[in-house]
Design a protein around this ligand. Sequence first.
Ligand code: A2H
Length: 253
Amino acid sequence: EGVTPVEYMLIKMEVVPPFPLKLRALEARRVYLAAATVRPETMYGQMNSWVFRKGKYGAFEINETEVYIVTERAALNMAYQGLSCVPEKPTCLVELTGHDLIGLPLRSPLALNEIIYCLPMLSVLTDTGTGIVTSVPSDSPDDYMALHDLKSKPALRAKYGVKDEWVLPFEIIPIINHPDFGDNSAEKICLDMKIKSQNERDKLDKAKKEVYKGGFYLGTMIVGEYAGMKVQEAKSLVKTKLLELGQAVIYCE
Ligand code: A2H
């Protein structure tokens, strides 16, 4: 653990009813996958959410009406930040694995796609954030390659029980113009660096650093109500808006 805490936004990706059997007991509540992000301004480009298939998750009671699906570790941290029914004590209503979450239909704040699906990504860590990641393949090389793998490999979809309709209809939406890499910076850098799959960890870490540098300081929003604005300015405006609308919360670790 670092000395300086990392501040994330937890994006409330609402699970759309009817719920699968495992979540049936929660049908009277609002249930969210709580995805940790440091880039709230990219939420317009959400294409799916990611979980670690073998990861352990739980559905935790946040208040009388809301339930967040996160790792147990995150739920404990959250309980010390006012994000639990009982102070300092997480209440798990249902134990889940990543596998149980794959295929859940979600409605996510700002996403231009009305319904997106929960899918597996190998690089999702269960000891960082909430273990739930929202996917923005236009601007995140990790997200781009993981979605590319699922789209281009029918055998991989079959292996993880991913249905074609959760993946194939989704076209990447450009949301930010990057001074060096254009409107689809994740795809551009993955092509330039000849990254072949989500397993190329070292290359992907490099790619991530490279796009982020210019993107944050010099990138320009090209969709949404802040189109035309610099990413750096839009970021705090989007953050405030999501908090005001109750569509996201702050979480630190
Ligand atoms: B970011 P930090 Cl568009 N496992 O959100 C793996 N990755 C995780 C994670 C976990 N458990 N929890 C969060 N993340 C990702 C958007 C995004 C992100 C874009 C571009 C870059 C980027 C859409 N995915 O992150 O090292 C989440 O992806 C680049 C660092 O814990 C989160 O923000 O600070 C970021 O990593 C947090 O990384």
